[in-house]
Design a protein around this ligand. Structure first.
Ligand code: FAD
Length: 468
C-alpha cells in the first residue's frame, strides 16, 4: 500500500502518524529537526513542548479541554497515552515531564513497523507523486514551505501573525446596559442591522479606561518575532499611546449608535462586539487586539459597562503564528480545496494549543487513513469536543458585514463552540431549583455527557483502529 506522508513531527504530526499506522496504513514522517530548527524548539525530539508543560484542565465533566482529553483517550491517542504516563503533580491540570513525554512519543513512533521517520526539511510543495500528505508544520512552519503554501492559497489566506481580540460568551453580557445595533443600522450583505452588541462609556469612564490601558502590564515580544504591527491591526494600548482620543475615533467611536435604554444619554465612546460563530454563542470585541497580560485584560475589560461579569472564551494576543484562513480553504475533512492531496493538521489550521493541535492531528490522521482504505468516514458530531473544534476550523466561524480577511483567528476549545445543551437538569439532588454557579455546572455536565454519548455512537459507526 502506498504510504501517506506527514510533514512535521510536532504534536499534530506525531498523533496523525500514530492514527494512520494504527489503521494498518504505512506512513513516512518528515521532521526537519535537527537538520534545521525553529526559533522556539530546543531539541530533536518529536512532539516537543515549546513553552509550558501543561495540557490544562483534566476535568472531563466541567471543562472543554478536559473533555477533549477524555475523547482523545477514547480515540486511542498516542499524545494522551504519553501525557498520562509522564504526568507530574499539578492540581486539577494535566502537566507532564516534557522530556519524558517527548521521549515516549519519539520511542513509540520510531518503534512502529509502519512508520518511517526522515529527518529533512520539505522546502516547497511536496512532489506530485505524494498523493496523500498531511501538513502539520505548526505555528513556525519553515519559511520555504510557508512561502509555497502562501503562493498556492493566495497572500491573504496565510497569516504570519495572529492578532487576537478577546471573545466573550454572549450570555455573560449584561444586556440591561448593552444593546444590539449595527452602526447607522447598516444591513450590508448577510447583516440584519442589529448585528453588534454595543457597550456605552461616559467621558469619565472612557478617560479611566484609557488610563488603565496605558498603565496596564504588557507582554513583551520574543526577540525573533520582531514587532509585527501592521495597518488596521494595532494593539489598543498602542493606539491609546498615540493620543487620548485616538480610540474614540477608532474602534471605540460612538457615532451612528443610539442607546435605547430609558434615561441614558449619548455615549462618549462605545465598545462593539461582533458575532463570532454561527451558533451566536460567542462575540468578539471589535478591534481589541492587545498585548496586555491576561490578568490585566480581565481586570480592565470588565470595567466596561455591560461587561462587568463577562466570561472570556479567549483573551487577546499578538504572536508569530503561521495559520491558514481555514474556513475558506479547507473542506470538512481538512483537505485543501485547491489541492485535495494536501490535508492540514495542528496549529496551522487555526486551532490553538498543544491539546487542540494534537486533536486536529488525530482527526486528520483518521480521515487520511480512511481515504487510503477506500472507506467513508463522517466527521464527528458537532456536539463532541472534536466535532466542535473541527466545525470552528472548517465552517463554524462567521464573517459578518464588515469582516476582513483576518477575521478568523486561532482559538482554544471552549464550550462556546458547542451547540447549547437542550436537556439541562433544572433541580439539584435536594429538589431545589438550580441557580448561579450550580446551574452553570449543570449546563457543563449536560454538554460533556452529551459529547461522550455522541462520540461513542460516532465510534460505533466509524472504522476501527487495530488496537480497539
Ligand atoms: C513560542 C510559542 C509558545 C507556545 N506556548 C504554548 C503553550 O505554552 N501551551 C500551549 O498549549 N500551546 C503553546 N503554543 C502553541 C503550540 O506551539 C502549538 O499549540 C503546538 O506545538 C502546535 O502543534 P503543531 O503540531 O501544530 O506544531 P509543532 O508542535 O510546532 O510541530 C511542527 C513541527 O513541524 C516541523 N517543521 C516545520 N516546518 C517544516 C518543514 N518545512 N519540513 C519538515 N518539518 C517542518 C517543526 O520542526 C516542528 O517539529 C506555543 C507556540 C509558540 C510558537
Amino acid at each position: 500500500m502506498k504510504a501517506i506522508h506527514i510533514i512535521g513531527g510536532g504534536l499534530a504530526g506525531s498523533e496523525a502518524a500514530w492514527q494512520i499506522a494504527a489503521r494498518g496504513v504505512p506512513v513516512v514522517l518528515h521532521e526537519m529537526r535537527p537538520v534545521r530548527t525553529t526559533a522556539a524548539h530546543k531539541t530533536d525530539g518529536l512532539a516537543e513542548l515549546v513553552c509550558s508543560n501543561s495540557f490544562r484542565s483534566d476535568d472531563q465533566q466541567h471543562n472543554a479541554v478536559g473533555l477533549l482529553h477524555e475523547e482523545m483517550r477514547r480515540l486511542g491517542s498516542l499524545i494522551m497515552r504519553a501525557a498520562d504516563a509522564n504526568q507530574v503533580p499539578a492540581g486539577g491540570a494535566l502537566a507532564v515531564d516534557r522530556d519524558g513525554f517527548s521521549a515516549a512519543i519519539t520511542a513509540a513512533i520510531d518503534a512502529h513497523p509502519l512508520i518511517a521517520v526522515q529527518r529533512e526539511e520539505i522546502a516547497g510543495l511536496p512532489p506530485d507523486d505524494w498523493d496523500s500528505v498531511v501538513v502539520a508544520t505548526g505555528p513556525l512552519t519553515s519559511p520555504a514551505l510557508a512561502q509555497a503554501i502562501g503562493a498556492l492559497t493566495g497572500e491573504d489566506a496565510l497569516a504570519f501573525f495572529d492578532a487576537i481580540a478577546p471573545i466573550v460568551h454572549r450570555d455573560s453580557i449584561d444586556m440591561s446596559v448593552a444593546w444590539f445595533q449595527s452602526r447607522y443600522d447598516k444591513t450590508g450583505p448577510g447583516g440584519s442591522g442589529v448585528d453588534y452588541v454595543n457597550c456605552p462609556l461616559t467621558r469619565e469612564q472612557y478617560g479611566a479606561f484609557v488610563d488603565a490601558l496605558l498603565a496596564g502590564e504588557k507582554v513583551a515580544f520574543h526577540e525573533w518575532e520582531a514587532t509585527p504591527y501592521f495597518d488596521g491591526c494595532l494593539p489598543i494600548e498602542v493606539m491609546a499611546e498615540r493620543g487620548r482620543e485616538t480610540l474614540r475615533h477608532g474602534p471605540m467611536k460612538p457615532f451612528g449608535l443610539t442607546n435605547p435604554h430609558p434615561g441614558t444619554s449619548k455615549a462618549y465612546a462605545v465598545v462593539q462586539l461582533r458575532q463570532d460563530n454561527r451558533l451566536g454563542t460567542l462575540f468578539n470585541m471589535v478591534g481589541f487586539q492587545t498585548k496586555l497580560k491576561h490578568g490585566e485584560q480581565t481586570r480592565i475589560f470588565c470595567s466596561i459597562p455591560g461587561l462587568e461579569k463577562a466570561e472570556f472564551a479567549r483573551l487577546g494576543g499578538l504572536h508569530r503564528n503561521t495559520f491558514l484562513n481555514a474556513p475558506k480553504l479547507l473542506d470538512a475533512t481538512l483537505r485543501l480545496k485547491a489541492m485535495p492531496r494536501l490535508r492540514f493538521a495542528g496549529q496551522i489550521t487555526g486551532c490553538e494549543g498543544y491539546v487542540e493541535s494534537a486533536a486536529v492531528g488525530l482527526l486528520a490522521g483518521r480521515f487520511a487513513a480512511a481515504e487510503r482504505l477506500g472507506e467513508a468516514l463522517a466527521p464527528p458530531p458537532a456536539t463532541t469536543a472534536h466535532g466542535a473544534l473541527l466545525n470552528h476550523i472548517t465552517g463554524g466561524h462567521v464573517e459578518t458585514i464588515d469582516a476582513g480577511p483576518r477575521s478568523y483567528q486561532p482559538m482554544n476549545v471552549n464550550f462556546g463552540l458547542f451547540p447549547p445543551a437542550t436537556r439541562v437538569l433544572a433541580v439539584g439532588d435536594d429538589g431545589k431549583k438550580l441557580r448561579g454557579p450550580a446551574k452553570a455546572l449543570a449546563k457543563k455536565r449536560a454538554l460533556t455527557r452529551r459529547a461522550l454519548d455522541d462520540l461513542g455512537q460516532w465510534l460505533t459507526g466509524a472504522p476501527r483502529l487495530a488496537a480497539e
